[in-house]
Design a binder for this molecule. Structure first.
Ligand SMILES: *[C@@H]1O[C@H](CO)[C@@H](O)[C@H](O)[C@H]1NC(C)=O
Ligand SMILES: *[C@@H]1O[C@H](CO)[C@@H](O)[C@H](O)[C@H]1NC(C)=O
Ligand SMILES: *[C@@H]1O[C@H](CO)[C@@H](O)[C@H](O)[C@H]1NC(C)=O
Ligand SMILES: *[C@@H]1O[C@H](CO)[C@@H](O)[C@H](O)[C@H]1NC(C)=O
Ligand SMILES: *[C@@H]1O[C@H](CO)[C@@H](O)[C@H](O)[C@H]1NC(C)=O
Ligand SMILES: *[C@@H]1O[C@H](CO)[C@@H](O)[C@H](O)[C@H]1NC(C)=O
Ligand SMILES: *[C@@H]1O[C@H](CO)[C@@H](O)[C@H](O)[C@H]1NC(C)=O
Ligand SMILES: *[C@@H]1O[C@H](CO)[C@@H](O)[C@H](O)[C@H]1NC(C)=O
Ligand SMILES: *[C@@H]1O[C@H](CO)[C@@H](O)[C@H](O)[C@H]1NC(C)=O
Ligand SMILES: *[C@@H]1O[C@H](CO)[C@@H](O)[C@H](O)[C@H]1NC(C)=O
Ligand SMILES: *[C@@H]1O[C@H](CO)[C@@H](O)[C@H](O)[C@H]1NC(C)=O
Length: 405
């Protein structure tokens, strides 16, 4: 669809910076080539998908002509911009105001808050059966807190990445607050470690990977690193023995609540194979032990083998080329790309670098709107989605290509 007038005013933060005119250079300097593509995609992202009022990115649905702000996916877009800034500091004059704006404004527009039963008269599980006249309510706890501990973890990692490129401790302190709240409100689930949400509906891999990764990231950046080393190693001991890592090397999505065994028939989403890589790399810095990187390599190689199509392009688990991945899944592949970048930089494994470049080239050449620059959810064909989730994920691969080249 063509952008209607109501979108035109949105946070045109980049137009004044001159980035709009950035065009990919010739292939002379590969790193620069990919960085310029990522900068151009940043311009598109801010122009089409950023709401400067809320500091959140929003999905456009041209079928029903509506927009929907996205919460945890916005944290991932912020992380993408921080990772780009880390490899090309020239964009910081553009990205720093975005970080500051989202940090300031997003909490007032939190989505998926914790629910309460106002009179304690409803029965069953959420969404509950309530007596006539009683409505379950959502409460806004403030900060980057909602019902979901994984959502908190994404924001925690986003603010660590922003701290890394700004050296502004306000961001790191926010990440510490988020970690403390995950620990005090979500730890000690029935199978050990973290619950997925405050209603205790599930215990899954992603929340536990995020908890590990956030603890290790913080531990490498604060004075009281012992405390975070303790939590990160304890969490890894739990994760390693949880059964979530299959003999194949793939990480499955959830645990069975009753038996505490991994649900081996569950999907092995790409993000399940991603967050753990960065977590293990940071853990290895905090508590050096060669086994961490060995296991990260095992998981990454299993994921590449399982999730790539016949041409070596990353796909989402079991998606069979379907571009409609809903509103959550389009973020996942970016999480894997970002963490594979970190693993490549740690190991210098050239097979990772060529995989990353091949995917970045495919995205730029086949998965981009020639009309407005949007990057889609399937990395070897463009289907015209208008989702910041998919756009940022594809950007993660461009940033990774710049970083490893
Ligand atoms: C490529 O460009 C990057 C970013 O501008 C620069 O840091 C790097 O030194 C360049 N590499 C070569 C080989 O020119
Ligand atoms: C931006 O966010 C504000 C606050 O939620 C909302 O009122 C406004 O409609 C949003 N704009 C768009 C285009 O989504
Ligand atoms: C319209 O699309 C938005 C964004 O995809 C979605 O959140 C919303 O549920 C849809 N509305 C209807 C009525 O289907
Ligand atoms: C969406 O908006 C466009 C432009 O205003 C209009 O042509 C189209 O009919 C609308 N579609 C729906 C499903 O309302
Ligand atoms: C960024 O902003 C600072 C302060 O406004 C200015 O001194 C500097 O030249 C700018 N850097 C770039 C690369 O535009
Ligand atoms: C978890 O439970 C154990 C045993 O009851 C308790 O000692 C510990 O403090 C709890 N940890 C947290 C973070 O609540
Ligand atoms: C998981 O266990 C918790 C606590 O026993 C329970 O409240 C929740 O309903 C269970 N969830 C599922 C999906 O069984
Ligand atoms: C390294 O980690 C492995 C697996 O967690 C553990 O068994 C081993 O004792 C650790 N080695 C050292 C030297 O800490
Ligand atoms: C990926 O792993 C799943 C689950 O183990 C398996 O069913 C599927 O066949 C694998 N696909 C490929 C291409 O390896
Ligand atoms: C867009 O809206 C249509 C119609 O309401 C809905 O069927 C579709 O699932 C929505 N797409 C997304 C990605 O939410
Ligand atoms: C961008 O262009 C594509 C076609 O290439 C179209 O499907 C999509 O709706 C457009 N998005 C916006 C936000 O204009």
């Amino acid at each position: 669809m063509v952008l209607s007038n109501k979108f035109r005013h949105l946070a045109l933060l980049l137009t004044a910076s001159g980035l709009a005119s950035a065009a990919p250079a010739a292939y002379g300097n590969l790193s620069k080539h990919y960085a310029l593509e990522a900068i151009q995609a940043t311009n598109t992202l801010q122009k089409l998908f950023y709401n400067g009022t809320s500091g959140l990115y929003f999905a456009i649905n041209s079928t029903n002509n509506s927009t929907a702000p996205v919460w945890w996916n916005s944290a991932n877009c912020i992380t993408t911009l921080a990772d780009l800034t880390a490899i090309d500091g020239s964009v910081s004059n553009t990205t720093n105001p975005i970080f500051a704006n989202s940090f300031e404004n997003a909490p007032a527009y939190v989505l998926n808050q914790k629910k309460i039963d106002p009179q304690n008269t409803c029965i069953g599980q959420w969404p509950w059966t309530c007596p006539p006249g009683v409505e379950p309510e959502e409460i806004t706890p403030g900060g980057f807190d909602n019902d979901f501990f994984d959502d908190a973890g994404w924001w925690g990692l986003a603010w660590v990445s922003v701290f890394d490129v700004t050296q502004d401790e306000t961001y790191l302190n926010q990440a510490v607050d988020i970690f403390n709240r995950m620990l005090s409100e979500g730890y000690n689930a029935t199978c050990g470690a973290m619950w997925w949400n405050k209603e205790h509906e599930q215990q899954n891999a992603i929340t536990n990977e995020l908890f590990l990764s956030l603890a290790a990231h913080i531990g490498n950046r604060v004075d009281n690193s012992d405390y975070y080393r303790g939590w990160a190693t304890k969490q890894w001991d739990w994760f390693q023995n949880s059964g979530l890592i299959q003999p194949s090397g793939l990480v499955v999505d959830t645990l069975n609540n009753a038996t505490c065994q991994a649900n081996t028939n569950d999907p092995s989403f790409s993000y399940n194979q991603g967050v753990i890589l960065g977590g293990l790399i940071e853990l290895n810095k905090l508590d050096p032990n060669g086994t961490y990187i060995d296991i990260a390599n095992t998981i990454a190689k299993a994921a590449i083998a399982n999730l790539s199509d016949a041409n070596g392009i990353l796909t989402e688990f079991n998606s069979n080329g379907n571009p409609d991945l809903g509103l959550d899944l389009p973020t996942f592949k970016g999480v894997f790309a970002r963490n594979l970048q970190f693993l490549q930089q740690e190991t210098k494994d050239s097979s990772y670098a060529s995989y990353i470049r091949k995917n970045a080239d495919s995205i730029w050449n086949t998965d981009r709107s020639t009309i407005n620059g949007t990057l889609g959810t399937v990395w070897d064909q463009y289907f015209g989605q208008d989702l910041p989730q998919g756009h940022c994920a594809a950007m993660d691969m461009l940033v990774a290509a710049a970083a490893v080249s």
